[in-house]
Design a protein. Structure first.
Length: 318
């Protein structure tokens, strides 16, 4: 089974004008320019110390999001936890911003394969949202998607599918069928169906997700790499190796052209190597396998873990 590029919904908190360029950083994150966003936010944070305001808590939360996208999970965890601590001191730990930060912290715990802690944080975030009258269906859908991916890792597949389909219905109704947020949920549902050996359904959804993202974000946005990897992995399982190789090679190329999460890049390279072996291109496959190992080692070292594998690999080891 190939490694999928799952997309967790890490939520950006809206910042006020008090922090000026923090809004620019949000835009950079939306565009996939994560390294530039980190530079802006770190500069603002340094000038905001000591951090004791709502605005600074928001800055920390957005900085955590940018770190996560670059694979700097320990830095992201610290930023999210510090943001929550600031809000606790301000007695504002039960508002929408706190719920968003808890959501994002749950994403980090998931990436460390701390599924129980991830589920706890995500459920707490969802509980806060459900208690607030201003919460929208869109806010709830974000929590449903992230909880679904934790349930998928725990093999609670029926519950995961239920939450993803509920979130998809909300996003299609609220955002329209061509919104990138719809594509994210389609991609996550496709990977779940793949796990359940429903390849035809999975491919249909993965193709639709890729098409939406290409039309809305352009051909080289980092999110495109995840969608390409997902579709290529499904095609490989279906035995269509030439199509799979085309999509997986493109995923690798996009990931290598952006400051990108090294774990995701490693997964893309490993999948591309697997299909190259299916096509009997053994020397080229070996080169990508070695590059994938090097990227995983670098990711593991940078995040203080001894071994970094995808969720599917963790499950297969049980």
């Amino acid at each position: 089974m190939g490694a999928f590029g799952g997309v967790f919904l890490a939520v950006l908190a809206a910042s006020s004008g008090a922090l000026g360029q923090a809004l620019t950083a949000e835009e950079l994150i939306e565009r996939g320019e994560f390294a530039r966003a980190v530079a802006v936010l770190e500069g603002r944070l340094e000038r905001s110390e000591p951090c004791s305001s709502e605005e600074c808590a928001t800055l920390l939360s957005n900085l955590g999001t940018a770190y996560k996208e670059l694979g700097r999970l320990l830095d992201a965890e610290r930023a999210f936890e510090r943001s929550l601590a600031v809000r606790r001191n301000l007695a504002s730990a039960v508002g929408q911003d706190a719920a968003r930060t808890l959501n994002n912290l749950g994403v980090i715990y998931y990436n460390f394969a701390k599924y129980a802690r991830a589920e706890e944080a995500l459920k707490k975030s969802l509980g806060i949202k459900e208690s607030l009258p201003e919460t929208t269906d869109q806010d709830l859908a974000t929590s449903w998607v992230n909880l679904a991916l934790v349930y998928k890792a725990e093999r609670n597949w029926d519950h995961a599918e239920e939450l993803l389909r509920r979130a998809l219905a909300v996003r299609e109704r609220e955002l329209g069928a061509e919104d990138p947020g719809v594509a994210v949920v389609l991609g996550d549902l496709a990977t779940l169906l793949y796990t359940r050996h429903r390849l035809e359904e999975a491919e249909t959804l993965a193709r639709r997700a890729l098409g939406i993202l290409e039309r809305q974000l352009g051909p080289d946005h980092p999110r495109i790499a995840i969608a390409l990897n997902n579709l290529g992995t499904i095609e490989m399982a279906a035995g269509r190796y030439e199509e799979s190789a085309e999509h997986l090679e493109r995923a690798v190329r996009i990931a290598q052209s952006h400051p990108f999460n090294p774990k995701s890049t490693a997964d893309f390279m490993a999948n591309y190597a697997a299909v190259l072996r299916k096509l009997h291109h053994k020397d080229e496959a070996k080169s990508f396998e070695e590059a994938a190992r090097a990227a995983r080692d670098a990711y593991a070292h940078g995040n203080g873990v001894g071994l970094t594998v995808d969720a599917g690999e963790l499950l297969r080891q049980r």
